[in-house]
Write a protein that binds this ligand. Sequence first.
Ligand code: FES
Length: 144
Amino acid sequence: MGNIPYSEKVMDHFQHPRNVGEIPDANGVGTVGNPVCGDVMKMYLKIANDIIVDVKFKTFGCGAALATSSMVTEMVKGKSIGDALKVTNKAVAEALGGLPPVKMHCSVLAEQALRSALKDYFKRQGKPVPFDDKEHTHEDEKCL
Ligand code: FES
């Protein structure tokens, strides 16, 4: 991970990511990519009675993207959809003991992947998406 100073928690989730994989019978799946660095994150949700009973992800990207996607799955597993929607990229970064400023955008990818999977869930249910789902732009963000 180069010479960027990462917290121990980031290194832990980078080296031992939680909830990696796919859920074959997921009822919410979202894929997001950062056009600048080309990193891609795919998130699978299994939701029953408004609760995220299982969550898995696959990330092809930098170490911070891997660590933040791992952490976001831990933060939303077992939670209600309402609580999951309150999880922001900043909360994910804080739970990891912080991210270097040049890597904060990687945590945005984790938040977006979660929201994209939730959006897919609502669409499959034929329900309106109860949050602002406009895409985040990365025009002014550099990936290092
Ligand atoms: S998400 Fe692309 S460098 Fe981190």
